[in-house]
Write a protein of this length. Structure first.
Length: 198
């Protein structure tokens, strides 16, 4: 802002009586000039301020538009993120549900197999016990039969031995009797022969 001189120079050629009027005129002129310059500076300042305000408004409008666009983009990204998160949660929940169903089915199948294996094992144990008892009964029967056969064989052998002894004794008796008979027959002949010898 330019400021002109408020007090003008004192003219040397003016009389002392005209001096205050000239001074006042000079001062008035200087004040007018100063007012004109101030008006000019004020107008320029207003113009600069209006231009600055226009620029600020334009910048603010541009920034507001950019901020609105950024907010809209961020809102869209946030909504997409929420939607993606919801989809991920649904997929995870569905996957967990599917895995849970599969695990439950596997557990049920394993339980059935375990029950079946237990029943098979129980049947096998019962069959093995029945087979063992049957085999034990057969072995007892075989042992009894062999014992009876052994007793019968022992009795038969003793009877056979008794019969053989009796037969042997009878044969021995017969042989002894034959020997006695032969001795009786041979003794008279031997006696006669001894007598006939000189």
């Amino acid at each position: 802002m330019r400021a002109g001189p408020i007090w003008g120079p004192e003219p040397s050629s003016v009389n002392d009586q005209d001096k205050p009027a000239a001074t006042a005129q000079a001062e008035l002129l200087s004040l007018k000039q100063t007012i004109a310059m101030l008006r000019h500076d004020l107008a320029r300042a207003r113009l600069d301020m209006e231009q600055a305000m226009h620029r600020a408004d334009a910048a603010a409008s541009t920034e507001t538009t950019q901020l609105k666009a950024a907010i809209s983009a961020l809102r869209g990204e946030l909504e997409e993120s929420h939607a993606a998160r919801a989809r991920a949660v649904q997929q995870a929940y569905a996957s967990c549900e599917d895995e849970s169903r599969q695990l439950k089915a596997t557990i049920a199948l394993l339980r059935e197999q375990l029950e079946s294996a237990k029943l098979d094992k129980d049947r096998s144990v019962v069959q093995a016990l029945a087979s063992a008892q049957s085999e034990i009964a057969q072995l007892h029967g075989t042992i009894e039969a062999l014992r009876s056969l052994l007793e019968t064989t022992k009795v038969s052998r003793e009877e056979a031995l008794s019969a053989l002894r009796a037969e042997y004794q009878a044969e021995v008796g017969q042989l002894q009797s034959m020997l006695r008979n032969l001795r009786d027959i041979l003794e008279p002949t031997a006696s006669r022969q001894r007598i006939q010898r000189p």
